[in-house]
Design a binder for this molecule. Structure first.
Ligand code: AMP
Ligand code: GLY
Length: 426
């Protein structure tokens, strides 16, 4: 089949790589794709949803897979479905699980799904009164999409009040912050759990851990994610079962009962506190860079997983994963995450070591192809070096061996991705 992937990042590239290995897939298209995705398929420069649907009809595309949240929140799935086209992703209504933190928190509350104690409000006085009842740190969140920046972990009551004031006045995040959530701080360890959902049934992927901070030891500012690995040994069968029963099942039933069945990727940000899963947030798409590690672990054909989910037929589909580990290390450009950097040519050494060649690969993200046909680093997170292995240590060594073969001016990466897992693995 022919497949269209919407998006431009490493996440979409890794979905493309998985589909490329799949015998059922004939031609891949990316809208818009990046400077390297033209190796996997054809980049098309269309963003209007109806024009994309026209393109899909004209090119016999049987499935469209949506990577980022923005087109989902903006209703691409609704338009495609109204035209009878298969698309993998959540409807605009269902995407409120990510698009509005207030919707998400109230939904969790309505369906008794465990989450941090909170209030939602557009009144500064109500925020102040609630802040006074909490001990520090205190978490203040803007309601709408803020590109991952709308969460403040305040270390004092005054800081929490100041953050609430700045959000509510529209100074910090404009309209996205004119309603806020204030919540208690959860102290535990964080996981990324992904369920592929078809409205009723679901497949859970191996749990991942993301490293959001810029620097080793989880220090420095937050980023979109500097690396991730899966599966994490921080999850055992008991915890998976709790996540299934207490989180995913009531979420799918709740969404169906409320008239907005959830199809697509349910990305569950979990904080594990005393072995109990507590929900930090939902996203309606794959994590980036988590997707780059999960796609290579998929043993079943990727097209089958996404296609069956898009037509509501996961129930009769057995999806298998390799019994292996994947570690992904993000290589970022010089000034990431502070500002954009000048384009830098990317040079990748010929990989001579067979072991590295066979068990590692690059997922390209913030790259452009120059007029000289060379690849340039033009985004913040430029590419992800992914290593696969029989242990986390082996996967990590392979990922870092590959990082050593990639060169561009200003490149930097964390050197400790998967460190918590290694402490457990020993
Ligand atoms: P969110 O966008 O809600 O996932 O928040 C972004 C990040 O802030 C999360 O990945 C957590 O690291 C942190 N965070 C959010 N809410 C809380 C909370 N209630 N307690 C502790 N950390 C939190
Ligand atoms: N890596 C976290 C995210 O994609 O939101």
């Amino acid at each position: 089949m022919n497949i269209l992937i919407i998006g431009a990042g490493g996440r979409e590239y890794s979905i493309g790589l998985a589909l490329k290995k799949d015998d059922n897939v004939e031609k891949l298209y990316f809208a818009p794709g990046n400077g390297a995705s033209d190796i996997l398929g054809e980049n098309i420069n269309i963003s209007d949803f109806n024009e994309l649907a026209d393109f899909v009809e004209a090119n016999n595309i049987e499935l469209t897979i949506v990577g980022p949240e923005a087109p989902l929140v903006d209703g691409i799935v609704d338009i495609f479905r109204s035209r009878g086209l298969n698309i993998f992703g959540s409807s605009a209504k269902a995407s409120q699980l990510e698009g509005s933190k207030i919707f998400m928190k109230n939904f969790l509350n309505r369906h008794n799904i465990p989450t941090a104690k909170y209030i939602e409000t557009d009144s500064l006085q109500v925020a102040y009164d609630f802040i006074n009842t909490l001990s520090t740190p205190i978490v203040v969140k803007a309601d709408g999409l803020c590109g991952g920046k709308g969460v403040i972990i305040a270390q004092s009551h005054d800081e929490a009040k100041k953050a609430s004031g700045e959000m509510l006045s529209g100074n910090s995040f404009g309209d996205a912050g004119t309603s806020i959530v204030v919540e208690e701080f959860l102290d535990g360890y964080e996981l990324s759990v992904f369920a592929i959902c078809d409205g009723k049934d679901f497949v859970v992927l191996p749990a991942a851990q993301d490293h959001k901070k810029l620097l080793n030891n989880d220090e420095g500012p937050n980023t979109g994610g500097m690396g991730a690995y899966a599966p994490t040994p921080l999850v055992n069968d008991v915890l998976y079962a709790k996540i299934d029963e207490r989180v995913i099942k009531p979420t799918l039933k709740g969404m169906e009962d409320e008239g907005m069945p959830f199809t697509g990727v349910l990305f569950i940000g979990v904080m594990v506190v005393n072995n109990e899963p507590i929900i930090l947030e939902y996203n309606v798409r794959f994590g980036d860079p988590e997707c780059e590690e999960l796609m290579p672990l998929l043993k079943s054909p990727a097209s089958e997983l996404f296609y069956k989910a898009s037509i509501g037929d996961l129930k009769n589909t057995k999806i298998e994963f390799y019994d292996k580990y994947a570690v992904g290390v993000v290589m970022a450009s010089k000034d990431y995450p502070y500002k954009s950097s000048a384009p830098a040519e990317i040079i990748i050494d010929n990989i001579v070591h067979n072991d590295i060649k066979a068990n590692s690969h690059i997922s390209f993200a913030g790259v452009s192809r120059g007029e000289d046909d060379k690849l340039y680093a033009t985004g913040g997170r430029v590419l992800v070096c992914v290593g696969i292995g029989n242990s986390i240590k082996e996967a990590q060594q392979r990922a870092y061996a590959l990082c050593g073969q990639v060169h561009f001016i200003g490149k930097h990466c964390r050197t400790d991705i998967a460190y918590q897992a290694l402490e457990i693995e020993g």
